[in-house]
Design a binder for this molecule. Structure first.
Ligand code: NAD
Length: 492
């Protein structure tokens, strides 16, 4: 087994082996097993990453524990300055990063991966700039007592991320955990580990050894031991609701704090006054069609008022027809590939089941724009699915939009809120009172009015119900999630 110490030594056994970062060094899994990483746009193998197990997790956690004292004692602004430098490095090399993201996720380079690479730089810079906001309070107990609070880091953070937006989600966890003085062991997703390992390589040129450890492996092999590790003081998980529940129960045994960013089945509601091109474009963006619908915040239940139902749908299908599906790395491509064969099969199963149950496929289904292979599904719109159907209740995590007509506002609100999820919601109307009324009444963590874009660093973000626990992205959320408050009371 090789155990390399130079940051750029990603080639261990062959140029396609990508070791992981533990204690500032690039290492293989101790049992020397590997996981292949596929380019889902072409069906080719990009390389291999370590298939880590408990013993590798132990090493990473031990390194993070050892590095904690030195890192937490650094002045917050000094930590912040290092994070800003990491952001600057990512910004300088973002095209290289974007190409890796696109190759391993299947997300189109032009419409998705470039923006995601830029978000990594933005997130590091943002948390670097606000590092000094880790402030406490003093309490007015009179002349004889000095009572004040300090916000302390919690210790070793265990982070686990999914594959759909690997760099955005990983840099978010890195930047929030590190800026607040914690050290981190981050497990990347088996489908998309390479871009995050690349960010780790650049960050490792600047950070003390052990502050950031990035390991690869499966959920069972590496995720379970990380979630259950007694020296991991805090867990931050982004992924499916079913795994989120397992993370929560792993943390319960040692009363470790957990933040969970989980799945969604978000409503997008169009009022009669918004049967226009801008709303069509926002609905496409809310559904994340140009990332194949593989987004937790996808507005995947489209509620169209009956009076504009046909007219809006025909505009929507016409716009979707203009989008180019193809090889993710091709500059002409708007929509890339589904992330894996397994995910592709799941998406097709939802479409087939809906059709078997009597729903109508208005447009979409499997596609084959790339001769050499890859997993492609065209933007799919399905009408007539029952409110209780799998399609309307479960997260497909693919480019499949259920369209539902509505007439009565009270009934609409009931239906929109009738979900076990509560992540995001979209309201499209020119009437400000209606917009605010619905924004207030939707049982979700994030409502967008006349906008379908993504999250921005600084905003509060997180889900209600089974979409999650806690809030991230905002300064307040990072402080709540990654620090603990100590009160110190001094008799004078
Ligand atoms: P997943 O839950 O299958 O896997 C997520 C991560 O958890 C991976 O790294 C995986 O290896 C690991 N994992 C799997 N089983 C584990 C276990 N038992 N213990 C510990 N770790 C384990 O999710 P996915 O398929 O990678 O991603 C898609 C899901 O992520 C969707 O449900 C999506 O909505 C959700 N997601 C949520 C957000 C958000 O911000 N709310 C953002 C992106 C994705």
């Amino acid at each position: 087994m090789t155990n390399q110490t130079t940051a750029n030594a990603h080639a261990s056994k062959s140029s396609k082996d990508y070791p992981q970062l533990i204690d500032g060094k690039w290492v293989c899994a101790k049992n020397d097993s590997w996981i292949d990483v596929e380019n889902p746009g072409r069906g080719t193998i990009l390389g291999r990453v370590p298939d880590s197990r408990e013993e590798d997790v132990d090493s990473a956690v031990a390194a993070a524990k050892e590095a904690f004292d030195g890192w937490k004692r650094k002045a917050a602004r000094d930590r912040g300055r290092l994070l800003i430098q990491i952001g600057d490095v990512i910004a300088d090399r973002q095209e290289e990063l974007a190409r890796i993201i696109s190759s391993e996720t299947g997300n189109a380079l032009r419409t998705q991966a470039r923006g995601e690479a830029a978000s990594g730089a933005d997130i590091f810079r943002f948390y670097g700039e606000v590092a000094s906001q880790q402030k406490g309070d003093t309490l007015p107990f009179g002349d004889n007592l000095l009572s004040y609070t300090v916000r302390e880091p919690v210790g070793v953070v265990g982070g686990i991320v999914p594959w759909n937006a690997p760099v955005t989600l990983a840099t978010l966890k890195m930047a929030m955990a590190l800026s607040t003085g914690n050290t981190l062991v981050l497990k990347v997703a088996e489908l998309a580990p390479l871009a995050v390992l690349k960010v780790a390589e650049w960050a490792n040129e600047l950070l003390p050894a052990g502050v950031l450890n990035v390991i690869s492996g499966t959920g069972l092999g590496a995720g379970v031991p990380l979630a259950g590790h007694s020296d991991v003081a805090k867990l931050t998980f982004t992924g499916s609701t079913s795994v989120g529940k397992e993370i929560l129960s792993a943390a319960a045994s040692r009363v470790a704090p957990v933040s969970l960013e989980l799945g969604g089945k978000s409503p997008a509601i169009v009022f009669p006054d918004s049967d226009d091109a801008a709303t069509v474009s926002n609905v496409i963006s809310a559904m994340r069609f140009t990332r194949q619908g593989q987004s937790c915040t996808a507005g995947s239940r489209l509620f169209l008022h009956k009076s504009i139902y046909d007219s809006f749908l025909s505009k929507l299908t016409a716009e979707l027809d203009k989008l180019v599906i193809g090889d993710p790395l091709d500059e002409a491509t708007d929509i890339g590939a589904i992330a894996s064969q397994k995910q592709y099969n799941t998406v097709l199963e939802y479409i087939n089941d809906a059709s078997t149950e009597g729903a109508t496929i208005i447009t979409g289904g499997p596609d084959k724009p790339v001769e050499s292979g890859g997993y492609y599904v065209a933007p799919t719109i399905i009408a007539g699915a029952e409110a209780d159907s799998k399609l309307c209740r479960e997260e497909v995590f693919g480019p499949v939009l259920a369209v539902i007509p509505w007439e009565d506002e009270e009934e609409l609100l009931k239906q929109a809120n009738d979900s076990s999820y509560g992540l995001a919601g979209y309201v499209f109307t020119k009437d400000i009172s209606t917009a605010i009324r619905f924004a207030n009444d939707l049982e979700v963590g994030w409502v967008q009015v006349n906008r379908g874009g993504g999250q921005l660093p600084g905003m509060s973000y997180g889900g209600n119900k089974q979409s999650g626990l806690g809030r991230e992205y905002s300064v307040e959320g990072a402080l709540e999630s990654f620090t603990t408050v100590k009160n110190i009371t001094v008799a004078i």
